[in-house]
Design a protein. Structure first.
Lengths: 459, 253, 75
């Protein structure tokens, strides 16, 4: 026998004899020594982690634990919504001013009308929309979220929610990846790397979609504002919007739990993984560093991917809105075709078409929708809530049901293409990427259909 | 030149790994050294994030590799596995172990394990400010005496101690300060098994510096150690790369 | 007695760890070994898991796992 064979077989024999003792024996010896060295070199004054534990007892208490968690979530949302308003408007103004200059440039070189339309009013405008809608909220949400992370609060969230997620076949860390999804689902999917078990990780990836990302907030906020907050005074408006968002988010968590539970009892069966979460001491976060790194790592990275995917989006919307077959645009044709299907879901053909076109980027749903409704040749948005309500309700037969179904569909529908691509990169599996894409869509269809049918039957 | 970890060493004199428990401010330290000269990617074949960057100190360029936070070198999960594999097979010229000064005892456990694998170690005693806030004082000198490696107190987020740390890294890389490998007494039954295997390991890979550690891992049934022996990866001794002088680096097979 | 019965604020010493596999390795790496002092710090509002202090850091352990860890309460 070669030296290696002797070694391997002898090791096998000894291992069989000693079993788990090896690891245990080594660990004990290591910690004994570590304790000895620490004893001789570390001096403590008083009860070192006193404040940490006191704070923990409050943040995880029976009475205050959950309200504080929801309160923090609401504050983060409110900051993001409130803080993004002005920058979004400014960005939009700026970028659209550039668009006008580009259009002028095209015209002055005598470019054909369709070229100006396609490149400037289609592609560029699509990009401008995505950036002005997506960038400001992300630039606020991610830093704030990272601040919470640096503080050390997030493991406490996993700690509070572990039991809930465990009964759904996952674990507390899934709560963390879910919250990351509020900023961007692609980032949420990447965040699932903190989950060791491949099975639980897959569940977290598939259900991350039910955390509405920044891109979907405008749709949800618009609906909340037009149909819910309209009953309140404007100053209360953003608070109401934030609260509605929290409500939808909680519903999304519920769906995530239900789907996790279903998956772990059917196609993703398995043992719950070993759970031993460390709760580090609270640290003073370094605010500037947080802003810098979250800007580079998360915001810009996500933005870049979104830009790449949004280009075909804008192009397609323009083509469909400006190509005519007979006396109707392709857009009108297709939305007419989709109408019966849309109606069954409590929506209409235009909304469905907008969603199809907006697969690359959720931000484009509303502008595309309005484009089709108003029969104009380019994506637009309306500033005035009164005009918007008039357009939707009076001219296009929107009802409360439409608003409700749209909110549900927005929450539940398939992930955006950036996320789909990220899922594929992270899982390496075509099969699971399909599941992660189509399962939410199917659930969206089903839920909207049921809600619409029951609503109409009752009302 | 790339190896199985896909680390591109071109233009760098040495490779330095950053190891430590999770939550020790390792990334802050990494950022402090590399600034914008870094990029993030994945470890080959794994969905574990890896940050690589360059540290320039006194006309030498060090390639910094940020290993995932790990509690031990036993391959519990992907993170531990990646960290362990790199320290062992990646043969960095220096391993910087970042300790959390607010919990020296637990953090030392990983350090002690790493010291069984390699003596090219510098310890960064980080979060000194947090320790102070909590009334903890740590005697870096004492730890250094015990472990026989440089121990540098740092406050990574305020960039304190980084120059001293870079100096210590330079010393280790150039061979000026390399600790002898450690040896820990175990239970008699375990001890006799290890010693026996250690001798057999030395017969298979003569001159390998951490035969005892390899023997222990074999006893624990560690598959990647078994593979490493079979593939001969342990046979090539670690050599610092000196791309700048035109000599090709010795790469593990 | 088993760890899950330790009340918040109470101190004890670990006697045996009867967990197996991955969890056992993980706990050992975190320093939870026979002879280690342990203290219950706080409990999740949902009742599970409970956070324990072990060798200077706080670790959350689920009840079903804590039931497999034998401890001796400190007087």
């Amino acid at each position: 026998m070669s030296g290696l064979e002797v070694l391997t077989s002898r090791a096998g024999e000894l291992r069989a004899k000693l079993g788990e003792q090896v690891h245990l024996g080594v660990a004990e010896a290591t910690f004994d020594e570590a304790a000895r060295i620490a004893e001789s070199s570390v001096k403590r004054r008083g009860r070192v982690f006193d404040w940490d534990w006191k704070l923990d007892r409050i943040l995880t208490s029976r009475i205050w634990g959950f309200p504080i968690m929801l309160g923090i979530l609401a504050v983060v949302f409110w900051l993001t919504i409130k803080g993004a308003n002005v920058p979004s408007a400014l960005l939009a103004d700026g970028l659209f001013w550039v668009e006008d200059q580009l259009a002028f440039a095209f015209r002055s070189v005598g470019a054909p009308g369709w070229a100006e339309g396609f490149f400037v009013h289609g592609i560029y405008r699509g990009l401008a929309w995505v950036i002005s809608v997506m960038l400001p909220p992300m630039a606020i949400f991610f830093p704030v979220f990272t601040l919470l992370e640096d503080l050390g609060y997030l493991p406490r969230v996993a700690f509070n929610l572990d039991r809930m997620f465990k009964s759904a076949g996952g674990n507390g860390k899934q709560a963390l990846t879910h919250t990351m999804g509020f900023g961007c689902n692609a980032a949420g999917v990447i965040a699932t790397r903190i989950i060791q078990s491949p099975r639980e990780r897959l569940i977290a990836i598939i259900t991350n979609n039910f955390a509405p990302c920044n891109g979907r907030w405008p749709t949800l906020i618009m609906l909340a504002t037009v149909f819910v907050a309209a009953a309140f005074s404007p100053s209360v408006g953003s608070i109401v919007a934030a609260s509605t968002l929290v409500g939808i988010v909680m519903f999304g968590v519920l769906v995530a739990l239900l789907v996790s539970g279903a998956l772990s009892r059917t196609v993703l069966k398995g043992e719950p993984s070993a759970f031993a979460l460390e709760m580090p001491p609270y640290r003073k976060p370094q605010v500037l560093r947080v802003f810098y790194t979250s800007l580079i790592d998360r915001t810009l990275f996500v933005l870049w991917r979104a830009i790449v995917w949004a280009i075909p989006c804008g192009a397609l919307a323009w083509i469909m809105g400006n190509t005519y077959v007979g006396d109707l645009s392709v857009m009108a044709h297709v939305s007419g075709f989709l109408d019966p299907f849309g109606h069954a879901l409590g929506l209409d053909g235009v909304i469905l078409l907008a969603y199809i076109i907006a697969i690359p980027a959720n931000e484009i749903v509303v502008p595309t929708m309005l484009m089709a409704y108003m029969n104009v040749d380019r994506m637009i948005e309306i500033d005035n809530m009164v005009d918007l309500k008039a357009l939707l309700v009076v001219q296009h037969d929107w009802t409360v049901l439409t608003a409700v179904c749209l909110m549900l569909f927005s929450l539940l529908h398939n992930p955006c293409s950036t996320t789909i691509w990220t899922i594929y990169k992270e899982t390496g599996s075509k099969k699971w990427t399909w599941v992660a894409t189509l399962l939410p869509l199917a659930i969206g269809f089903l839920v909207c259909f049921l809600v619409a049918t029951i609503w109409r039957a009752v009302g | 030149m790339k190896d199985r970890f896909d680390i591109d060493r071109t233009g760098h004199d040495y490779v330095v790994a950053l190891a430590g428990n999770p939550n020790t401010g390792k990334s802050t330290l990494f950022n402090g050294f590399t600034g914008l000269r870094q990029h993030t990617g994945n470890w080959p074949g794994k969905t574990v994030t890896r940050a690589e960057g360059t540290l320039r100190y006194e006309d030498k360029r060090y390639k910094l590799v940020d290993l995932p936070g790990a509690y031990s070198l036993i391959a519990d999960g992907q993170d531990e596995q990646v960290a362990r594999d790199f320290v062992l097979f990646g043969k960095p010229d220096c391993v910087v172990i970042v300790l959390d000064a607010t919990n020296v005892e637990r953090n030392l456990a990983l350090a002690l394990q790493i010291l069984e694998v390699t003596g090219r170690v510098v310890i960064a005693l980080n979060l000194i400010d947090e320790a102070q806030r909590r009334g903890i004082t740590v005697d870096a000198e004492k730890i250094s005496q015990e472990l026989k490696v440089p121990v540098v107190p740092t406050v990574a987020r305020d960039k304190k101690g980084l120059i001293e740390l870079a100096a210590a890294i330079a010393d280790v890389c150039s061979g000026k300060a390399v600790a002898p490998s450690r040896r820990r007494e175990l239970d008699p039954e375990l001890e006799s098994a290890v010693t026996e295997l250690e001798r057999l390991v030395e017969a298979v890979v003569p001159g390998v510096p951490n035969a005892r550690w390899i023997a222990l891992r074999l006893l624990d049934g560690d598959p990647s150690i078994e593979e490493g022996l079979a593939s001969g990866e342990f046979a090539t001794p670690a050599t610092p790369t000196r791309e700048g002088s035109g000599k090709p680096s010795e790469v593990a097979s | 007695m088993t760890l899950d019965l330790l009340r918040i604020g109470e101190k004890a010493k670990v006697v045996t760890v009867n967990c197996h596999g991955f969890l056992r390795t993980r706990l050992a790496d975190l320093g939870l070994l026979p002879g280690t002092p342990i203290q219950a710090v706080t409990r999740s509002p949902m009742g599970d898991p409970t956070a324990y202090e072990v060798r200077g850091s706080v670790i959350a352990i689920r009840r079903e796992d804590a039931q497999l860890i034998e401890v001796e309460r400190e007087r």
